[in-house]
Design a protein around this ligand. Structure first.
Ligand SMILES: *Cc1c(COP(=O)(O)O)cnc(C)c1O
Length: 417
């Protein structure tokens, strides 16, 4: 058994006492979401023959069709498109945006700079890559105000007759800021639609699914996208993504994924179907385990003198836990400790490296069953002041706890704690 210093174990024990109530309120969310998922399965009479998968064109794959209906129900949407053919979250989001935007239209992101991988999807005019800009689709964004909220004056100024889609990112991703709750997203949607009726509101839901009792379509989002390599895949789906929302818009996205006129009516599921169903079934529970781990981590790291965001007792709407360390040595020990606790690739010691597209060296811990699976415990950090480490996921709470203890012990062994 791993040996942890007594005071580290005591900090963990104190943290677990401190978070009892917070964990209890999490249990309520897990229950509600679990029941919601089971009831959707029941309503559509999911049976084991639905898991058979399909080959070739895969017309009338009943398992695929029912999976779309189950997702639509769970997310409170008119329709859904759930496919292993989405290669990543970025691909899913790109498909949704290309599906509904046309040359001359404008996309306006009101939650500040979107997630890094979307910058090339938006692109620059004439960049030759086939980006939105390359197809004559305009883009604007408004920065968040100093309090981290929407800058409504800027939004009102940026809206014009070309604006067709409003972009909202639920998770703040890897910024030292708060994420937006579903209730806050609902307020944004009401406000933006009062400024210009007829807008399509798109929500990047990555990392947010099942962290609250409601999802963005239930507060008026027209189109929502996310990755099955994250929350709704439950750690079991081997690849894929989903789009859900208004039926006409989901159809347009499906035309983009396959071909106009064909849409979601083809697409062999091969052997993936059962994993997509079972992953969705597991997702509320697994997201709950990851969230419980994040709350524990926030409490323990705070006890050891580090700043955490969100704090253990702040509301959460995504999986990401940020911890601010004193310097690069702490940060590196943190990430290496998380890797050391993995069931897969624990013998690998991560080192900072110059990843393409990043200005500073980045260090990552990812010992996962699904490559890059970020509902599994993982951590990453750019090596630059203010030395913030990000951790997310964990298929089981015990694993997250193990990772946090390993990280602290590693700091202790290097005389950093
Ligand atoms: C992960 C993520 C994406 C992109 O998903 P990939 O699977 O990495 O392509 C987009 N937006 C947010 C908020 C994310 O967390």
């Amino acid at each position: 058994m791993a040996v942890f210093a007594d005071d580290i174990l005591q900090a963990a024990e104190a943290a677990e006492l401190e978070i009892i109530e917070a964990v209890k309120s999490l249990d309520r969310i897990v229950d509600r979401n679990q029941w919601k998922v089971i009831e959707a399965f029941q309503r559509h009479q999911v049976s084991d023959f639905h898991f058979a998968g399909s080959t070739g064109y895969a017309y009338n794959d009943r398992g695929r069709e029912i999976l779309d209906l189950v997702y639509a129900d769970v997310f409170g949407a008119e329709a859904a498109l759930v496919r292993p053919h989405f290669a990543s979250g970025t691909h899913t989001i790109s498909t949704a945006l290309f599906g509904v935007l046309r040359p001359g239209d404008e996309l306006l992101y009101i939650t500040g700079r979107p997630y890094d991988t979307l910058h090339k999807v938006i692109g620059e005019a004439g960049d030759g890559t086939g980006s939105l800009a390359d197809f004559g689709i305009g883009y604007r964004e408004t920065a968040l105000n100093p309090e981290g909220g929407i800058d409504w004056d800027a939004v009102a100024g940026a809206l014009n007759e070309k604006t067709k889609v409003i972009g909202i990112q639920r998770s703040r991703g890897y910024d030292w800021r708060s994420s937006f709750t579903v209730a806050e997203i609902g307020d944004m949607i009401a406000k933006v639609k009062s400024l210009k009726p007829g807008l399509i509101v798109f929500v990047d839901n990555c990392y947010g699914e099942f962290t609250e009792e409601m999802e963005p379509p239930q507060v008026g989002a027209d189109l929502v996208a996310g990755s099955l390599i994250k929350n709704p895949g439950g750690g079991i789906a081997e690849t894929g993504g989903y789009i859900c929302g208004r039926a006409d818009l989901v159809t347009l996205a499906a035309y983009r994924l396959t071909a106009p006129g064909i849409g979601g009516e083809v697409g062999a599921m091969l052997g993936t179907t059962r994993g997509l169903y079972q992953g969705l079934f597991m997702a509320p529970h697994t997201v709950g385990q990851a969230l419980k781990g994040s709350i524990f981590a926030a409490s323990v790291f705070a006890r050891c003198g580090f700043r955490t965001k969100p704090a253990w007792n702040e509301p959460r709407t995504d999986l990401i836990q940020a911890v601010a360390f004193d310097g690069p040595e702490h940060l590196i020990a943190f990430v290496q400790g998380i890797q050391r606790a993995a069931a897969v690739d624990s013998h690998v010691v991560p080192e900072p490296w110059d990843m393409p597209g990043y200005e500073h060296p980045v260090i990552m811990a990812a010992g996962t069953f699904i490559q890059g699976g970020s509902l599994e415990l993982s951590a990453d950090a750019p090596i630059r002041a203010p030395y913030i480490g990000y951790m997310q996921g964990g298929l089981t709470y015990s694993h997250v706890k193990f990772g946090v203890l390993m990280a602290l012990q590693r700091m202790r062994d290097s005389k950093l704690l």
